[in-house]
Design a protein around this ligand. Structure first.
Ligand SMILES: [Cu+2]
Length: 509
């Protein structure tokens, strides 16, 4: 579908030909010469550190995933242009985008070219950038359009990711294959005795359904979104990690459209959580299970040293009540049905002497009493009326309501309210820009028994950019805005809810 048919204004963006004309060089020159001389300064942030320059081409493709017929996918094809090429780590054999490994202070430059039929734009999930570089839906470009990014990585060491964020098509594009991890390191993290190299492993978890011809089935249920009946990890079915008797740092990224996971190891191996969306925790936390909502990340310290060679264990998601009665329960896969995520096969003995650090990273705890709205948290209530709404509004490009304007460099309490009665489903709420901290949760009495089945798996001890709300739940979070002023975004990261309008701008002034 051409973007024009959904009535978008694209005045601010050049098409590819215009871009190349202004740059006065041909496409071959872009590849050979790099971006340095041709990226316009406008919109870029001031940058200094080591540079990584990449091109991302959004392409349609066919890929061998299951035995037999190839599957139609959409891909972010990443090419190296400038800087250390080792910072781009492809996943062998996968249609997913490569892992980008950056260091705090690096500059990322990217020229995105959209060769899809639908509009697209790439968002760097969890990375705090200026408005121009964030990949907002109002900046999506049509087929043949380009968009350029140029920004410093100012975030703490952590597991971030990148994926498309156009208005209306995010769910479709992510589901059909557009996702990659973006890992940031810093000096504090490098000083810690944590597993490195091949023992530091990003895992993008996505549930899918295939039809009889090996094609992805994308069917949106307005309440629960698109839920699959099998999991691909890093784009691979029946994923098995071949592991030594060592400690692994597993960086789990929930890249699913809608599914929330309740994660445990099949053999009861302890779940030591060392990081969340915004990087390392202050210390490891042991959880009986871990809840991971769409968009969220957790980092696990997975100690396989006491397992005999030949052991196979499964990372699985347990059954839990994820939706109110009547929506998806009992008919096929639903949000909360049990599903296996991946297997780990211990296939070799190796000696290794790491011990779980008692403390990890230091960071400031936001203080509720310091919020400029401590007496009256800013409230965002969800509702359903054919689509999903926040405070009665659905997404309008560029539109900001009075309650969606905040002041730069102030600390605020935001309250999300998921009290939609019999229509209650889970909503993983994502805020672009700064990472936040969870202050308090509560739940309506009639939903409390279901809530008790998940709440011990919340990892609320560190930095988050996405917070899960179960049916009947209310969450207060503390967020300090800035340093970038301008238009930003908050939305449900159930991508199908997002595409149905559960997304709004907010503005930092
Ligand atoms: Cu939602």
């Amino acid at each position: 579908m051409a973007a024009g048919r959904i009535g978008k204004a694209k005045k601010q963006h050049m098409d590819r030909r215009e871009f190349l004309r202004r740059a006065s060089i041909g496409a071959a020159g872009v590849m050979a010469g790099g971006l340095g001389g041709i990226l316009p300064a406008k919109g870029g942030q001031r940058t200094r550190g080591p540079l990584l320059g990449i091109a991302i081409d959004n392409e349609r493709d066919y890929w061998p995933i299951l035995p037999g017929q190839e599957t139609f996918v959409q891909r972010m094809v990443v090419r190296h242009l400038e800087g250390d090429p080792n910072k781009i780590q492809p996943i062998p054999g996968s249609f997913l985008a490569p892992t980008l490994r950056l260091t705090k202070g690096d500059t990322l430059r990217c020229l995105m070219t959209n060769n899809l039929y639908d509009p697209s734009i790439i968002h760097w999930h969890g990375v705090n950038t200026s408005e121009h570089n964030d990949g907002l839906p109002n900046h999506d470009v049509d087929q043949g359009g380009v968009y350029n990014y140029n920004f410093p990585i100012g975030n703490r060491a952590g597991t971030y990711w990148y994926h498309p964020h156009p208005n209306n098509f995010t769910g479709f594009q992510v589901y059909f294959g557009m996702a990659g991890s973006l890992i940031v390191s810093d000096s504090e993290e490098q000083s810690l005795p944590l597993p490195r190299g091949e023992f530091d492993f990003p895992l993008i978890i996505q549930d899918k359904r295939f039809d009889d011809n090996n094609q992805f089935l994308y069917g949106v249920n307005p309440f629960i979104g698109t839920i699959g009946d099998r999991v691909l990890v890093n784009g691979k079915p029946d994923f098995e990690l071949s592991a030594a008797t060592r400690v692994y740092r597993l960086r789990l990224i929930n890249g699913s459209n809608a599914r929330l996971y309740k994660l445990v190891w099949s053999n009861g191996l302890p779940l030591h959580v060392i990081g969340t969306d915004g990087g390392l925790l202050d210390k490891p936390y042991q959880k009986p299970y871990v809840m991971l909502g769409p968009g969220q990340r957790v980092e696990l310290w997975a100690d396989f040293r006491n397992l005999p060679v030949g052991t196979t264990l499964t990372l699985k998601s347990l059954e839990f009540p994820g939706t109110a009665v009547g929506f998806g329960g009992g008919q096929g896969p639903h949000n909360g049905s049990a599903i296996d995520v991946m297997k780990v096969r211990i296939d070799r003995n190796e000696i290794e002497s790491l011990t779980l650090p008692r403390t990890l990273a230091s960071f400031e705890r936001h203080d509720y009493s310091q919020c400029i709205n401590a007496d009256r948290p800013r409230k965002f209530a969800f509702s359903f009326d054919g689509g999903w709404f926040v405070n009665g509004h659905s997404y309008q490009e560029g539109q900001v309501a009075r309650n969606e304007i905040v002041e730069n460099r102030t600390l605020e309490c935001w309250e999300f309210v998921n009290e939609t009665g019999s229509l209650a489903v889970t909503h993983p709420m994502h805020i672009h820009g700064p990472q936040f901290q969870i202050y308090r949760r509560s739940c309506l009495p009639e939903f409390r028994s279901a809530w008790k089945g998940v709440r011990e798996g919340y990892v609320d001890e560190g930095w988050r950019d996405t917070v899960v709300l179960m049916p009947g739940e209310r969450v207060q979070l503390l967020i300090k805005f800035g340093p970038h002023a301008g238009l930003s975004l908050y939305h449900c990261h159930n991508l199908d809810h997002e595409d149905m309008g559960m997304m709004r701008h907010y503005k930092i002034v």
